[in-house]
Design a protein around this ligand. Structure first.
Ligand code: OOG
Ligand code: NI
Length: 302
């Protein structure tokens, strides 16, 4: 495959992710439509996707080292590692092959750090996957990869197992049910017109449109260098069907907003010359720690 074929395949995979995510998360349509209605963008195609995020289970045959093979194949490069001690998570971010593609943030539950009981529950599901499922995929077939990302890896969980996991790790419960569904996409606000080009002003627009924001650590999460400002919606609640036809209302996915400020060394460049590479890149552990809570009951039940 040539690299342009790989990029065409990446487009199929990203389109598939966004299509199903929009169906699952009504806030996406509400926000995009309001942006067009208010003339913030001429069309939704003009909205920059800063990054997308996935969650994984850190067991032998799954986790980041399995999942990342998909996007590394399309030209993504693995970058910094982040560690979240109290949430028992590791994460990495990946820089994209094209400036117009989203960055990718992938986290992984440190399953071995959980109680014996939670490990037993998780493994009763993940043990159904006996070898790395990504190795069995034809990564050059975009539709095959799209189908993989939206098909169950293990049996439908029981409501009891979901609730038991929720008590110890809300992240574990989220992944047992939602698997590789897109966790969020992120609107870059810094290239929007004045009045909407900061997280602070964009949050006002969101709240005027009835969108509920994650308040953990404050609505605006700011990196210590001041260059990366983020906010996020509270996850959409789903009426989810569990084993034996039981139903529970659980967290699905959410939407994030990012403002990447121009790096000090490029402060004097004319506005028209500013590209992605002139702005604060990467992620920030302190911000991420709070953004994870967009799917936690401390936010969704408030
Ligand atoms: C990811 C939370 C972190 C960011 O941009 O720092 C994050 C998650 O909720 O899985 O999205
Ligand atoms: Ni994010």
């Amino acid at each position: 495959m040539t690299s342009s074929d790989k990029l065409a395949t990446l487009d199929i995979v990203l389109d598939g992710l966004m299509r199903r995510y929009k169906e699952r998360v009504p806030d996406v349509g509400i926000i995009l439509n309001a942006m067009v209605r208010d003339g913030i963008v001429a069309s939704t195609n003009d909205i920059e996707n800063d990054h997308i995020a996935f969650r994984t289970m850190g067991v032998q045959q799954l986790g980041v080292k399995s999942f990342e093979k998909i996007f590394v194949h399309y030209g993504y490069e693995k970058r910094d590692h982040y560690f979240f001690e109290s949430k028992k998570l590791d994460a990495w971010w990946y820089s994209p092959p094209r400036e117009t593609d989203p960055r990718i943030f992938v986290s992984e539950l440190r399953v071995g750090d959980l109680s014996e009981e939670s490990q037993r529950i998780i493994k009763s599901y993940t043990d159904e996957v006996t070898s790395d499922p990504v190795d069995a995929l034809d990564l050059d077939n975009g539709l095959e990869v799209d189908a993989f990302l939206h098909r169950p890896l293990w049996r439908t969980p029981s409501a009891t197992d979901y609730q038991a996991l929720l008590k110890e790790s809300e992240y574990a419960a989220w992944v047992i049910y939602n698997r590789y569904y897109l966790n969020h996409f992120t609107i870059s606000v810094h290239n929007l017109p004045p009045g909407y080009d900061t997280v602070a002003t964009f949050n006002e627009f969101l709240e005027k449109n009835g969108i509920k924001l994650n308040t953990s650590g404050g609505k605006i999460k700011v990196s210590p260098d001041g260059g990366l400002l983020q906010s996020a919606t509270v996850a959409e609640m789903l009426n989810a069907e569990f084993a034996n036809g039981e139903h529970l209302t659980i967290s699905g996915s959410y939407v994030e907003f990012a403002e990447r400020r121009i790096l000090p060394e490029f402060q004097n460049l004319p506005q028209a010359e500013i590209k992605r590479k002139h702005r604060r890149d990467g992620f920030e552990a302190g911000n991420a720690d709070k953004i994870f809570e967009s799917t936690y009951t401390t936010q969704t039940l408030k």
